[in-house]
Design a protein around this ligand. Structure first.
Ligand SMILES: NC(=O)c1ccc[n+]([C@@H]2O[C@H](COP(=O)([O-])OP(=O)(O)OC[C@H]3O[C@@H](n4cnc5c(N)ncnc54)[C@H](O)[C@@H]3O)[C@@H](O)[C@H]2O)c1
Length: 132
């Protein structure tokens, strides 16, 4: 399978890339290195530096891709409060752009949300039917 991992130079994406390559998949990473590190990725992974907000780049990268694991995001609730526009642009508009790109080629998408959606609720374990 050919996989596109957005945010693949980050914590989860780089570990996933390593596992996917070891499992025989063909992996390409798109990451703008805003919080991720190229050093997280081995030389065995194809890497493109760029943003999910660049629709032309996304359109060219989804060609021939079977599945997209969408992990590009700006984390941190305090960051989102200090600069909501930047967080909204990447996490909301960026996710929409990834979904549209996937739709254009019929690729499957795996998305990782965040426990931040549950707010300050201290209950554990968290589950999807829980309200804030
Ligand atoms: N780490 C966790 O424990 C955890 C748990 C649950 C969910 N998640 C979610 O999984 C996702 C990834 O988490 P992580 O811990 O790997 O985060 P991370 O910050 O390590 O990785 C995110 C990557 O996205 C990249 N990025 C940011 N904006 C981008 C853009 N516009 N275009 C391309 N790349 C961009 C960053 O450079 C970084 O490499 C996030 O959505 C996070 O909320 C993380």
């Amino acid at each position: 399978m050919r996989l596109l991992i957005t945010g693949g130079a980050g914590f989860i994406g780089s570990n996933l890339a390593e596992l996917a390559v070891a499992s025989g998949h063909d992996v390409v990473v798109l990451d703008d290195l805003s919080t991720g590190y190229l050093d997280n990725l081995g030389a065995y992974v194809e890497f493109v530096e760029g943003s999910i907000l660049d629709k032309d780049r996304l359109a060219s990268m989804v060609r021939g891709v079977d599945s997209i694991v969408h992990l590009a995001a700006l984390g941190s609730v305090p960051r989102s409060i200090a600069n909501p526009g930047a967080t909204h642009a990447v996490n909301t508009n960026g996710t929409f752009a990834v979904l549209e790109a996937a739709r254009s080629v019929g690729a499957h998408v795996v998305f990782s949300s965040s426990s931040s959606v549950y707010g300050m609720n201290p209950a554990l374990p968290k589950h999807e039917r829980e309200w804030v």
